[in-house]
Ligand binder design. Structure first.
Ligand code: NAD
Ligand code: ZN
Length: 394
């Protein structure tokens, strides 16, 4: 159900309604749109407020407005609600999205109105030491932190923030131009939205961060959206054995559809490790849950010299302990993975090509398609670990 209202207002970038604006830049006068959005009012709330009282702010010269057509629900949205991930409120949540460019600022030449794009929640500026010197554009904070300081939305006279500078649980959002990657028009936008967070994060953790080698053994903790993408990344990399670990039996069956050769509950990890590795441990472990206990378990599950890659996000105050002796003796690599170590400009397209040729199953990752009105039951399903990905269609 879409509830839209027209208000007369100070300035407006949207000159047409159903078909989107017809010109670039910010027209001086017209009408503005109230739109549907899901807002976190207070940290700790268990429900988002689905409201039609939010407006998107006008784009600056280097900004774009994206009409969000699809947005996935990620565990990080739940984590922003419960305070695991710090998020100033009020905020429109959502960070895994795709849609169509609806307006562009005067300096924007990289994309045009009508282009199909994936939203990037951690956009590289392309010029800083992380982007250029360290060749780690996923770690560039210049644009993202700058964008997070600027309210993307308003409600009456008050500012409303956007989660991670993205805020995709809204019919449209304001983004810096670096926060969109243009894709071909024939790529389904529901599929594309998944690339924006969970798929890039999980597949990238296996391919870019852990650099899973052909013929290796891999164990993946957590078979949600990120874990299933990590399983697929390990399969694409040519891992021989891929073990999925999840508390939820249905998830174990799911994991096998995406390339897990074995799937077990946490109690059976030791047994499967004995069977596959003779008890030495796996070459790689990917933790895709965000729990200090499973982070430690992932470290324990790898062999001497193996790699434990932490993808899940825990609370800042939670700790994981290591013996001061084992770090030297086991010579394991412990590595975090932020946004799958991605360079979004090239990696999004690589993943879409893998999808195109049937090597990356994205369609199968969509457990259900929902409307924004169904966001709260959807968040509850994420908390219960019942789903791979739910995609909101606007
Ligand atoms: P999800 O909720 O869809 O999946 C988590 C899975 O873990 C569920 O299937 C659940 O049943 C299972 N699980 C929970 N506790 C478990 C336990 N103790 N033992 C075994 N299985 C358990 O979550 P998601 O959307 O796939 O995200 C996974 C994690 O990745 C979250 O912490 C999220 O915040 C994080 N994340 C990190 C990045 C990054 O850049 N590193 C990006 C996106 C998401
Ligand atoms: Zn996410």
């Amino acid at each position: 159900m879409v509830r839209r209202g027209i208000v007369t207002s100070r300035s407006v970038h949207l000159t047409t309604c159903q078909n989107g604006p017809s010109r670039r830049g910010v027209p001086s006068e017209s009408e503005s749109w109230l739109m549907l959005a899901a807002v976190l009012r207070n940290t700790g709330d268990t429900d988002l407020d689905v409201t039609d009282t939010i407006e998107v702010n006008d784009p600056g010269p280097d900004d774009v407005i994206v009409k969000i057509t699809h947005t996935g629900v990620c565990h990080s949205d739940v984590s922003a609600m419960n305070g695991t991930i710090p998020q100033p409120v009020p905020a429109v949540l959502g960070h895994e999205g795709a849609g169509v460019i609806e307006a562009v600022g005067d300096n924007v030449t990289e994309v045009s109105v009508g282009d199909h794009v994936i939203v990037v929640w951690s956009p590289p500026c392309g010029a800083c030491q992380f982007c250029v010197g360290h060749k780690s554009p996923n770690l560039c904070t210049t644009v993202q932190f700058g964008s997070m300081m600027i309210p993307h939305f308003r409600e009456g006279g008050s500012d409303v923030n956007a989660m991670a500078g993205a805020g995709t649980f809204a019919e449209r959002t304001l983004l810096p131009k670096q926060a969109v990657v243009k894709i071909d028009d024939d790529i389904p936008l529901d599929i594309a939205s998944l690339i924006g967070c969970g798929v890039m994060t999980g597949a990238g953790a296996a391919l870019n961060t852990a650099k899973v080698a052909p013929g290796s053994s891999v164990i993946v903790y957590g078979a949600g959206g990120v874990g299933v993408a990590a399983i697929q990344g390990a399969r694409i990399a040519g891992a021989a054995e891929i073990v999925a670990v999840d508390l939820n039996d249905a998830k174990l069956d799911d994991a096998k559809r995406f390339g897990a050769t074995h799937a077990v509950t946490p109690d059976d990890v030791e047994g499967i490790s004995a069977e596959i590795t003779g008890g030495d441990g796996f070459d790689y472990a990917l933790e895709c849950i965000g729990n200090p206990i499973t982070m430690r378990a992932a470290f324990d599950a790898v062999r001497r010299g193996g790699t434990a890659c932490i993808v899940g996000v825990g609370r800042p105050e939670e700790m994981v302990q290591f013996s001061a002796f084992e770090l030297f003796f086991m010579e394991k690599t412990l590595v975090g993975s932020y946004y799958g170590g991605t360079d979004v400009r090239s990696d999004f397209h690589k993943l879409l090509r893998l999808y195109k040729y049937g090597k990356l199953d994205l369609e199968g990752m969509i457990t259900r398609r929902i409307t924004i009105d169904e966001i709260n039951p959807a968040l509850e399903a994420v908390r219960r670990g019942e789903v791979i990905r739910q995609v909101i269609e606007f």
